[in-house]
Design a protein around this ligand. Structure first.
Ligand code: HEM
Length: 474
C-alpha cells in the first residue's frame, strides 16, 4: 500500500511562515507521508523520527541530507552528510572545543558579554530581539572562536543562511544559495590556510591536527565548513523563540526567576517548540516498513524534527511552552550519531542570556514576529520587544510549591545489548535494575553514549564501559 500523499510545497513562503498546521495535518495522515511535489517521503511523528535518527545503517547520511538530488550531491562530505569512518573522523576532529569541559574556558567571557548586553537593552527600552539580542553572542564570541580572517568572519552569517537554503530544494532561494556556497568554498580553499587563521581558534586547530597526522588533509575544509555554517543561525533562531515564548507566557518567566535551575529546561523547551532545523533527509539503504507502508531501498526520506517535536502522542499540550517539561526528550538537536555537536555551546549562550536577565527583567513585552524565509531554518527575521526593569530583588516565596518535572532522575540500569555504531561510539540497550520505582524509565529504551564525542557528558556515567552496570542520570 502506498503512503498517504500530502500535496504541498514544503519550501513555499506560505509553508515556511506558518508550518505548524501542516505538520499537524501530516501527523494526522500517518507516521509516513509522501510529498508528491518533492518526490520524497516524510517521517512526521516522534517515534519514527527518533528510530530513523538512531539507525544510521538503515537511514544513511552519506548520500546527502538535503531535499533534492542536486543539493544532496553538492553538499556531501561534511559531518552531517557522511557515514561511518569518514563521519567519525570529522566529528572527532571538530568536537573537542565544543565539549562541555572545553567550553568552561569561554563561559566567563560569554557570561560577561551577556550581562553587558542585557543591562544595555534593559536600559535602552525598545529593541529588536533578533538584531540586538539573539545575534549578539554568536556574532561576537562564536565568530571569534571560529577564527576566520576578516572577509570570512563578516560573511559567516550570509554563508550559513545560504547553506541552509541549499539544504532544501532548487527554488529561487536554493539557486541563489548555490552561488554563495561556491563563493564560500573558494574562500575556504584559498583563504583558510593555517597562517590566515586566528591563533588558538577552532579552525587553526584543525590545521594543527593535520600537521600532527591526526586528521587527513582532505577532511580539513569540511571540518572548517562545519564550524562556519551551523554555528550562528541555529542559536539565533532558538534565542528568538525563547524570548518570544517567555514574553507570551509571563507565568513561565516567573517560574524561571523563582527556580533558576530550570534555565536549561527553558532553553530546551524553546528548541523543541521552535525547532530551528525544520528537516534534513536520509536515504534508505533497504526496504523499510513503517506501519502499513514501505520506504523503498534508495528512497529519500525527509526527517521532520519540527513535526516530531510537537507530536501529541509524546508531548502533552505540544504547542504550549512549559519550562517544567522533561528537557531531554525533544529532537530539536537531532539524536543518534549525528546529534548536534554544537548543542552545549548553544545552550551555554542561551542560559547566559537568561542568567543575565533574571536579576534585571521583571517582564518581557514582545510584539509579533516576522518569520525569515529560509528553506531549512525556522527563525524570526525581526521581533520588537522591551524589557521592564525589575525594581528590587525579590526573595523566593517559600510557600510556592516547585512544579513537578522529571529531570535528573538517577536510574540504575544494566546493559542488555551493546553495539558499535561508529568509531568510539557505542549504542547500549539498557534495562532498569530490579524495582527501581522510577516512573519515567522504559525498559529497553536506548541511550546513545558518545564516548569520544563528549555527548556522554549529558549523562553522569559511573563505572567503566567494559562493566555491565551503569548508573545514568537522565
Ligand atoms: C540551538 C542551536 C542548534 C540547533 C537547534 C541545532 C540543530 C542540529 C540538528 C537537528 C542536528 C542533527 C542533524 C542530523 O540529524 O542530521 C545538528 C547537527 C550538527 N550541528 Fe547543530 N544545532 C545548533 C547549534 C549548533 C552549533 C552552535 C554548532 C557549531 C558550533 C552546530 C554544529 C553542528 C554540526 C557540525 C552538526 C553535524 C553533526 C554530525 O553530523 O555528527 N550546531 N544540529
Amino acid at each position: 500500500m502506498s503512503a498517504p500523499s500530502y500535496d504541498v510545497d514544503f519550501y513555499s513562503d506560505d509553508f515556511i511562515r506558518e508550518p505548524w498546521p501542516h505538520y499537524a495535518a501530516m501527523r494526522e495522515l500517518g507516521p509516513l507521508v509522501w510529498l508528491p511535489r518533492h518526490g520524497n517521503y516524510a517521517l512526521t511523528r516522534y517515534q519514527e523520527v527518533a528510530d530513523c535518527l538512531r539507525d544510521p545503517e538503515t537511514f544513511c547520511s552519506g548520500r546527502g541530507v538535503a531535499a533534492d538530488k542536486t543539493a544532496c550531491d553538492l553538499m556531501q562530505g561534511n559531518s552531517i552528510a557522511s557515514d561511518g569512518a569518514r563521519h567519525s573522523a570529522i566529528r572527532s576532529a571538530m568536537a573537542a572545543p565544543l565539549l562541555p569541559g572545553a567550553l568552561e574556558e569561554v563561559r566567563p567571557l560569554i557570561d560577561a558579554l551577556a550581562e553587558d548586553l542585557i543591562e544595555r537593552l534593559t536600559e535602552q527600552g525598545h529593541f529588536d530581539v533578533m538584531a540586538d539580542l539573539a545575534s549578539h553572542l554568536p556574532l561576537t564570541v562564536v565568530r571569534d572562536l571560529v577564527g576566520l580572517p576578516d572577509f570570512g568572519k563578516e560573511n559567516m552569517l550570509r554563508w550559513g543562511g545560504a547553506a541552509f537554503d541549499l539544504l532544501g530544494v532548487q527554488n529561487p532561494r536554493g539557486r541563489e544559495a548555490l552561488r554563495i556556497f561556491l563563493e564560500q568554498r573558494e574562500f575556504i580553499s584559498k583563504h583558510a590556510k593555517r597562517s590566515d587563521l586566528k591563533e588558538g581558534s577552532w579552525t587553526r586547530r584543525i590545521h594543527e591536527l593535520v600537521d600532527d597526522g591526526a586528521l587527513s588533509a582532505d577532511l580539513a575544509p569540511f571540518c572548517i565548513r562545519d564550524y562556519i555554517n551551523p554555528s550562528l543561525d541555529t542559536t539565533i533562531s532558538a534565542t528568538g523563540q525563547l524570548i518570544w515564548q517567555l514574553s507570551k507566557n509571563p507565568e513561565e518567566w516567573k517560574n524561571l526567576r523563582e527556580w533558576p535551575d530550570l534555565l536549561t529546561n527553558a532553553v530546551n523547551e524553546a528548541v523543541r517548540l521552535g525547532s530551528p532545523i525544520r528537516s534534513f533527509s536520509r536515504h534508505a539503504t533497504r526496504d523499510v516498513p513503517i506501519g502499513d507502508h514501505t520506504i523503498e531501498h534508495g528512497a529519500r526520506v525527509m526527517v521532520l524534527y519540527a513535526s516530531a517535536n510537537r507530536d501529541e502522542r509524546v508531548f502533552d499540550e505540544p504547542d504550549t511552552f512549559r519550562v517544567t517539561r522533561n528537557p531531554k526528550r525533544h529532537l530539536g538537536f537531532g539524536s543518534g550519531i549525528h546529534m548536534c555537536v554544537g548543542m552545549h555551546l548553544a545552550q551555554l549562550e542561551m542560559v547566559a542570556l537568561l542568567k543575565a536577565m533574571l536579576p534585571r527583567v521583571e517582564r518581557i513585552y514582545a510584539g509579533e514576529p516576522a518569520v525569515a524565509l529560509n528553506n531549512t531554518i525556522y527563525a524570526f527575521a525581526s521581533l520588537p520587544a522591551r524589557f521592564e526593569r525589575r525594581a528590587t530583588t525579590v526573595a523566593p516565596n517559600p510557600d510556592r510549591a516547585k512544579p513537578q518535572h522529571n529531570r535528573s532522575q538517577l536510574i540504575q540500569a544494566h546493559v542488555v545489548e551493546r553495539c558499535e555504531i561508529g568509531d568510539g561510539i557505542i549504542s547500549l540497550a539498557l534495562a532498569a535494575d530490579g524495582d527501581s520505582g522510577l516512573p519515567t524509565w522504559t525498559p529497553g529504551a536506548h541511550i546513545d553514549l558518545h564516548i569520544r564525542s563528549g555527548l556522554v557528558r549529558q549523562y553522569s556515567l559511573t563505572g567503566r564501559v567494559a562493566e555491565k552496570t551503569y548508573r545514568i542520570a537522565v
